[in-house]
Design a protein around this ligand. Structure first.
Ligand code: V47
Length: 361
């Protein structure tokens, strides 16, 4: 790596990275506090290229949100509704079939399924949901239920986490999305999401999933009241579990959108913060293969730039995104395959359409 840095603090980090030495908590804080965004990006791009050369991945996927009725009451969320509240919905299995059939002529390879914590849904609803998706889309991977939903299904069913995952796996669950991790800090949890499972419970559900052979993603929600130290701690906690299980596939930094939430006074994250979040995660998460630039949250244009700041994946075509759009996202609700190819090629990268497990298709 032959880079000259505006911020001389980055030099020792670049040397460590070139020598394949693990970055520590202090390095993470230096990276986040540095204003040499180009320098940070170049170190992250060096690592990205070492793993993935010039490739940039995407998946042809479809999102299904089965319910927005949720008892968790997280302050950062604009998606959730109470039972009986205007705008609340729960899809019947027939509704799910209809949603899948609407797109049946498209080459969808992944169905991304998440929803609120609705106490009225039984374990049979969840297994029927997964079975129905597999019946209608046998060739697509069912990537469903965050660790938070798995914990909820476990308490509804009375099954422990392992049994819950194994019942869902037998129904057709193949992978889990990375949502619900938020920021692993008790301070932030007490203020923003006190009813949600704790960081250690989130990690424990993921550990069990990995042990049961279910690969998952991981996320971090940034740009609200968290500190730099809390961000770096979050990344280190994920890295430690990954050392143990190797079951995480991709990491996705999620930029907070405040509209229609009780934190609507908080400004949108800046491009600098978004790029840093991508680059720092690439550098701190040295045992994660994939870092996603989630175009829904950071916009198509910045996602293109992020492909030169450590990201190797643009996530998917999506078709119908709800969680971020209800919180004010101005991005499209979905992208065509042609648009994805165009975004990647014009960022001077080689597009690789993939399945959920990063096999090129
Ligand atoms: O779990 C909720 C977060 C997550 C807001 O695993 C918000 O492949 C920003 O997890 N502003 C859902 N973020 C998105 C998610 C995801 C997306 C794409 C791919 C994958 C994957 C996972 O978004 C939620 C929560 O952590 N969230 N509200 C908000 N207002």
């Amino acid at each position: 790596m032959n880079i000259s840095f505006l911020d001389k603090n980055l030099e020792k980090i670049a040397v460590k990275v070139a020598d394949n030495k693990r970055l520590d908590f202090g390095d993470g804080v230096i990276l986040y506090n540095s204003s040499d965004i180009v320098g940070i990006g170049r170190i992250a791009d060096y690592v990205k290229k070492k793993h993935h050369k010039n490739s940039a991945y995407f998946v042809y996927n479809q999102h299904i949100n089965y319910t927005n009725i949720c008892t968790s009451k997280c302050k950062f969320c604009a998606f959730a509704k109470d039972k009986g509240q205007k705008g609340g919905f729960t899809l019947s299995i027939k509704d799910v079939e209809d949603k899948l059939n609407e797109r049946i002529d498209e080459p969808v390879r992944e169905i991304h399924v998440v929803g609120g914590l609705n106490p009225e849904l039984s374990i049979d609803y969840y297994t029927d949901l997964v079975k129905t998706i597999k019946k209608i889309r046998p060739d697509a991977v069912v990537k469903a239920f965050t660790a938070v939903e798995i914990a909820n299904i476990s308490s509804i069913s009375g099954f422990d986490i392992e049994k819950t995952i194994s019942v869902l796996k037998n129904a057709g669950l193949e992978m889990m999305p990375g949502g619900g991790a938020e920021i692993m800090s008790n301070r932030v949890r007490d203020r923003l999401f006190p009813n949600k499972i704790s960081a250690s419970e989130w990690l424990s559900v993921m550990e069990t999933a990995h042990t049961c052979g279910i690969v998952s993603n991981a996320t971090m929600l940034y740009g609200h009241i968290e500190t730099i130290d809390e961000r770096v701690n979050h990344l280190i906690k994920l890295r430690e579990l990954q050392d143990k299980t190797g079951g995480f596939s991709a990491f996705i930094p999620l930029a907070f959108h405040s509209k229609n939430t009780s934190m609507s006074d908080i400004d949108r994250t800046t491009a600098i913060d978004d790029l840093k979040s991508i680059a720092v995660s690439r550098l701190m998460l040295d045992n994660f293969s994939h870092i996603k630039a989630y175009w829904v949250m950071i916009g198509e244009k910045l996602a293109q730039v992020a492909l030169s700041f450590g990201a190797d994946d643009l996530d998917g075509t999506i078709i119908e995104e709800k969680i971020t759009h209800m919180a004010g996202a101005k991005t499209s609700k979905g992208l065509s395959r042609e648009r994805m190819l165009y975004l990647i090629k014009s960022a001077d990268k080689i597009p690789v359409e993939r399945d959920s497990f990063y096999n090129p298709v």
